[in-house]
Design a protein around this ligand. Structure first.
Ligand code: ADP
Length: 246
């Protein structure tokens, strides 16, 4: 399998306004990709289409080598199939420890209180410790998530998503509000995560994207304007014109 997700000719309009216009996109099973574009380019709407939150008016969204259309699946089924999404604001359970947050994500019980009644298996505890290592929070395992820094909360949420072992992880502006050190750690985390799954990062911070060192897709007016290395797309005259508002 060389393509995990194949989107072709997708369009969606809101009240007659074409937010996504004949967009095509492909990503491989262990690929890191950055999506950039000015405000209103359609980045969020595109992510919403992949997760099933927004249904396109036309086009195809095909998942993996199963040749299965995501368009015939519910949001829950799409998540179940292996699409994980991280929004900009971290949503961790502040009153629970890092370990409990990760255990909840791993075992997926119903609600944060369920963890109080649940006896984790040894294998789950071992996996949680491993995840804590991966996200750099081993030393914080027993601290409440509410006491973590903004960056640490973001990593915890990424860890909670990794616990569910998604095949495709969509991450919205992971570097926003982070210190340079936190940004560097986030870069490592995402590069590492993309060794075994596809990771799509929507980001504005060009320096952060440069450090990710991955292929970049530039969206504009709901279509792909350019694609390639960061140097390739930022030397494209159309991209320069769009960013300069010409
Ligand atoms: P980006 O994430 O790149 O900033 P969006 O996907 O949020 O862009 O939006 C693309 C365009 O579609 C914008 O012009 C936005 O105003 C419009 N849009 C997005 N969602 C809706 C909606 N639910 N109803 C009407 N217009 C929308």
């Amino acid at each position: 399998m060389t393509t995990l997700l194949e989107v072709s000719g997708v369009s969606v309009s809101f009240d007659g306004f074409r937010a996504i216009n004949n967009l095509s996109f492909q990503i491989g099973p262990a690929e890191l990709r950055a999506i950039i574009g000015p405000n209103g380019a359609g980045k969020t709407t595109f992510m919403d289409i992949i997760t099933g939150k927004t249904r396109p008016d036309e086009g195809r969204v095909i998942w993996g080598d199963l040749s299965r259309s995501l368009l015939s699946m519910s949001e829950a089924q799409i998540a179940q199939a292996g699409v994980g999404r991280k929004f900009q604001k971290p949503t961790v359970f502040e009153d629970q420890s890092v370990e409990e947050n990760l255990l909840m994500a791993l075992s997926n019980p119903r609600g944060p209180l369920a963890v109080l009644f649940y006896k984790p298996a040894k294998a789950d505890l071992a996996r949680v410790a491993e995840l804590a290592d991966e996200i750099g929070l081993r030393a914080q395992l027993f601290r409440k998530a509410g006491e973590l820094s903004h960056g640490q909360k973001q990593w915890l949420e990424i860890g909670m998503l990794l616990a569910q072992d998604p095949k495709l992880l969509l991450v919205d502006e992971p570097a926003a509000g982070m210190t340079p050190e936190e940004r560097e750690h986030t870069t490592q985390l995402l590069v590492e995560a993309a060794k075994t799954r596809a990771v799509v990062v929507v980001e504005h911070d060009m320096e952060f994207i440069r450090r990710l060192g991955c292929r970049v897709t530039v969206l504009h007016e709901g279509s792909v304007l350019a694609e390639g290395s960061l140097d390739h797309v930022t030397s494209n005259q159309d991209v320069i014109d769009v960013y300069l508002g010409r």
